[in-house]
Structure formats: C-alpha cells, structure tokens
Design a protein around this ligand. Structure first.
Ligand SMILES: Cc1cc2nc3c(=O)[nH]c(=O)nc-3n(C[C@H](O)[C@H](O)[C@H](O)COP(=O)(O)O)c2cc1C
Length: 203
C-alpha cells in the first residue's frame, strides 16, 4: 500500500466538540475511501483549542512555540488537509483564521484541502463559500468541490445517515482523488548537508 499523510485541523472550542465530531467523521471516511484505492493514511489531528495560547504568542512574537511549530510543520508536510471550523458570527472562528495566519503562506500551495464547518443554524452554511473557500484560494490550496456543513439539526439520527452522510462521503472521494493523483509530499530541510562532510572540506 502507498503511504500518505492526512492532517485534520479542528477549531472547535466546546468539549465535547461538534466540530471535532465532524472532523473525525470526515477523516474516517477519507481513510476508508483511500484504503479502497490502495492508499494507507497516516492521520494526525491538530486541535487548535490546545494551541490557542501558542498561536497568540506567535502572533505577538513572530516565533512559534514548539508544539505549534510541530503542528505547522505537519500541515506543511501533509499530502492532504481537512480543515474544520465552527461558524462564529457568520464566518470562520478567529482561532481558525489565526492558525492559517501564522502558517507559512506557501505551505498549502497545490495541497488538496477539504473544508468543513459546524454551526447552530443552517442559515450560515454559505460561510464555507464566502469565507473559507476564498481564504484557501488565496493560499493556493486545491479545495475540493464539496464543502461539508453540519448545523445542529444535521446531528439528528436520520440526517447523520442521510444528507450529511452523503456529503461526507462525496467530499472524502474528492479529497482521496486529489491525494492519489499527486506524488507524496517531500519536505526538504534547508539546513541539510547536500554533500559529504569530506567533500565540503575540499571546497
Ligand atoms: C461566539 C459564538 C458565535 C457563534 N456564531 C454563530 C453564527 O453566527 N451562526 C451559527 O449558526 N452559529 C453560531 N454559533 C454556534 C456555533 O457555530 C456552534 O455551536 C458550533 O457547532 C460549536 O462548535 P463546537 O461544538 O465544536 O465548539 C456561535 C457560537 C459562538 C460561541
């Protein structure tokens, strides 16, 4: 099986979090879909709630604390990203935006991204299209066509297996297709020695 890495960014604040629940359902669907295409996924979840102070410190100092740096590096090295935010005041949450503000502006270039959101009401579902999609377009990510929105009503027993389920599955298929058609991401270390130490001494 070919190996790929999937990073799931979840910006929910509640515990338990409906945003995390949606993120988990999306990643499970992508793992299943990818498995059917001969891809084995290494999944890493980045809970922004746990990094909130680090993100604020990075914004203030310009330097990422270790845990945040590790999360930012994981996103940059991922073959695919699932990004899920709660809707706050008709848009993405401030924490979600701040994480992508401190991410290197080239880190998502040509990277397949699945966008999703949770909210109290379905009235704000277009926030995915007028807020999240432009953000990731600016970062030159390849955002899959299906964006997944789950309002409180979607978590009712019928709809979890109905419309929400089919949106999750369709988005998972689209993300898998984009990951499959690309070579695995290889991150080069700018400080790595490109020649032997012996050769280096000769120059
Ligand atoms: C500060 C704040 C603002 C919110 N604004 C909206 C909103 O504009 N529209 C909406 O539908 N829900 C809104 N909500 C509800 C959240 O989007 C919803 O409860 C979300 O699923 C919470 O995610 P979590 O359980 O992962 O924390 C708001 C919640 C908070 C706390």
């Amino acid at each position: 099986m070919n190996q790929r890495s999937l990073v799931v960014v979840s910006a929910g604040l509640s515990q338990p979090s409906s945003t995390r629940l949606l993120a988990d359902q999306l990643s499970a669907a992508v793992v299943t879909e990818a498995g059917g295409h001969g891809l084995s996924l290494d999944v890493r979840v980045v809970e922004l709630r746990d990094l909130a102070h680090d993100i604020a410190n990075h914004l203030l100092t310009g330097f990422p604390p270790a845990d945040l740096k590790e999360a930012l590096d994981a996103v940059a090295a991922a073959d695919g990203v699932i990004a899920v935010t709660p809707i706050f005041t008709a848009g993405y949450s401030g924490l979600f935006k701040s994480f992508f503000d401190v991410l290197d502006k080239d880190a998502l270039t040509d990277k397949p991204v699945l966008i999703a959101a949770t909210a109290g009401t379905a009235r704000h579902s277009l926030a995915l299209e007028h807020a999240l999609r432009p953000l990731f377009a600016y970062l030159r990510a390849v955002v899959v066509p299906t964006a997944v929105f789950a309002a409180s009503d979607d978590w009712g027993s019928d709809s979890v297996e109905g419309p929400l389920r089919s949106r999750i599955d369709r988005a998972a298929t689209e993300l898998t297709r984009e990951m499959e058609r690309r070579d695995p991401v290889s991150v080069t270390d700018p400080f790595a020695l490109t020649m032997s130490f012996e050769d280096l001494l000769k120059n």
